[in-house]
Design a protein around this ligand. Sequence first.
Ligand SMILES: C[S@@+](CC[C@H](N)C(=O)[O-])C[C@H]1O[C@@H](n2cnc3c(N)ncnc32)[C@H](O)[C@@H]1O
Length: 350
Amino acid sequence: MASDPAEKPDGVPSHPGVTPDPHRQPAPAINNVIPAQAGTQSTPLSCASVVEAQRHATRALSAAGVDNAPGDARRLLAAALVASAADLIRDPGRALTHAETAQFEAFLARRLAREPISRILGAREFYGRPFVVTPAVLDPRPDTETLIEAALAICRTEGWLNRPIQLLDLGTGSGAILLTLLAELPEATGLGIDVSGGALACARLNAGALGLSARCRFGRYDLAAASFSGFDLIVSNPPYIPAADIEALDPEVARFDPRLALDGGRDGLDYYRIILGKLAQHQTVSISPAWLVLELGAGQSAEVIEIAEKLGLIHAGHDVVQTADLNGRIRCIAIKTHPANLQQKNLETP
Ligand SMILES: C[S@@+](CC[C@H](N)C(=O)[O-])C[C@H]1O[C@@H](n2cnc3c(N)ncnc32)[C@H](O)[C@@H]1O
């Protein structure tokens, strides 16, 4: 999965042109969501300056336990004013209009309810590109960039950077992984599958916005029934949170990421068993090798490797690459299949 949702930072760039979700609850009035400081009068925000609005919001967000309250206040204010952070610094005394105040109030109320900024603004930057984020998809995580790096390193080693390879993304969500790889591999084509129709709609939207629709397809399939045949590179960030742990995650994750994108079963490893089981089957019937690259939850690498070992996927002669994140934790495993008939052929060729 896109990393460990429990740990995802919430930084998101503003994305002009993405309309906030109209189905959300109306925001309480600003004076209800922004407490006045003891001994001071609450300033009606319609008369507030940029610096006053930012200060009020920072105070309210801090009181609500939001990490990085000043940064979030700045980003929401900049989005409400359709301005940059630099604009806010340049003109701290500028008064908010009524319309800007209403928009800022609405954004702030949603953040106070612990909705992530990426969802409020409807967009997230992933591997340097903007992705639309809807309620149907996992908010793509910076951790998943580790999987992108691992997949691209394999493509470099295999000489695939400019080859017409075929990609398969299991549980594509917003399409962040598949579309990023297609953008980095100009000759590649790919299929993204998901059981969520809403996620596929989001992925198609992102493919169009990134100009990649001609090189990808999306389909509503259960990954347990997917065929790996004909693909050179199979990637997946599957749901991997143990079911009982989901409620205790940060509210930004537990309340706003779709459960379908988080729930990895009792021990969080259900999808690894399914995907690795399919890979083991695949190598007995396929005629060409393929790479599988999987994102792992923090602390899951030993258990996932044990599953792969039991399935005979990791033993002498197999290529296995483990990639750590910046904190040194293994967050990605890549396994190259050695199809049975190819192994047989190698045995016969001294
Ligand atoms: C952790 S999210 C990953 C989304 C995206 N690939 C990313 O990295 O941001 C897992 C995705 O798997 C999908 N999913 C869950 N069960 C599935 C299944 N049985 N078959 C296919 N997709 C499934 C979810 O809908 C969700 O979009």
